[in-house]
Write a protein that binds this ligand. Structure first.
Ligand SMILES: [Zn+2]
Length: 262
């Protein structure tokens, strides 16, 4: 899978950026300005990215508000002690894409950087828009939710890869933003390059498949934490653990599944 750490795929086509606003307000929030800057995008590409942003918010919202901590959606990716931080991160993703919540909305096009803050950017390249790109070709509304029906999201016998959406990728990428984690109020950590960040990382050492790596990383924390580096990130600090939990919970809820196989 070609999602690279911190940026999405290749050259910049759309740039999303957010800056944390830490001021006299009691709780840091993301600025309403936070940038969405379309560069050479067609109308259909703008529609695709806006749908993906809305889907990321839907996935994050249902995870933040409803996830059952005894479900596989939680237990495949998170420990009990990860739950509160995960909910904070999902809540901030949801808040920042909620069109009914204008102060938090990303749907504003001024890209001017904040004084004193370095904008973190999310770059989205042409492959994101390819109808051949398995990870991003679908949106949450690309199929019906008819239980058991062929061609439906709820068709039996599918695997996690069949449930990936562009919104899933956007959710994964948004959690990498330091500003998002800072606004969510979660703990910071040092990433591999020594930078202190409140955003998530992409864990290494568990293979190139993001979802199976997320599950194996959780298993290592549960079954053999001594095998991990003393400074290892927690499961909730790995981007795909948050994204996959939200996607798995969405389809468990919508389709009545009890588990999603890899
Ligand atoms: Zn990533």
């Amino acid at each position: 899978m070609s999602r690279s750490p911190k940026t999405l795929m290749l050259s910049g086509m759309i740039v999303l950026a957010m800056a944390a606003h830490v001021s006299a307000t009691p709780r840091p929030v993301l600025l309403p300005r936070d940038a969405k800057n379309f560069v050479d995008c067609s109308a259909s590409q703008k529609t695709k990215i806006n749908t993906a942003l809305a889907d990321a918010a839907k996935l994050a919202n249902i995870a933040a508000t409803e996830i059952d901590r005894s479900s596989t959606a939680f237990k495949h990716y998170l420990r009990d002690e990860d739950g509160d931080s995960a909910v904070k991160m999902w809540s901030m993703v949801a808040a920042n894409n909620d069109p009914t919540n204008p102060p938090y909305s990303l749907a504003i096009t001024d890209a001017a950087p904040q004084d004193g803050d370095t904008l973190r950017e999310m770059k989205i390249c042409p492959r994101f828009f390819s109808p051949q790109q398995r990870e991003t070709k679908n949106d949450l509304n690309s199929k019906k939710y008819d239980k058991g029906k062929r061609g439906s999201w709820c068709q039996d016998g599918q695997h996690f890869r069949d449930f990936e959406t562009a919104g899933h990728t956007i959710l994964h990428e948004m959690t990498h933003l330091d500003a998002l984690g800072k606004a969510a109020g979660v703990d910071s950590h040092q990433d591999a390059s020594g930078l202190t960040t409140h955003g998530t990382d992409d864990v290494g050492g568990f293979g190139n498949e993001y979802v199976s790596a997320a599950r194996e990383f959780l298993d290592a924390w549960v079954d053999d934490p001594g095998s991990l580096d003393p400074n290892a990130i927690k499961p909730w600090q790995n981007a795909e653990n948050l994204a996959a939990a939200a996607t798995e919970w969405w389809f468990i809820k919508q389709c009545g599944f009890t588990n999603i196989d890899l």
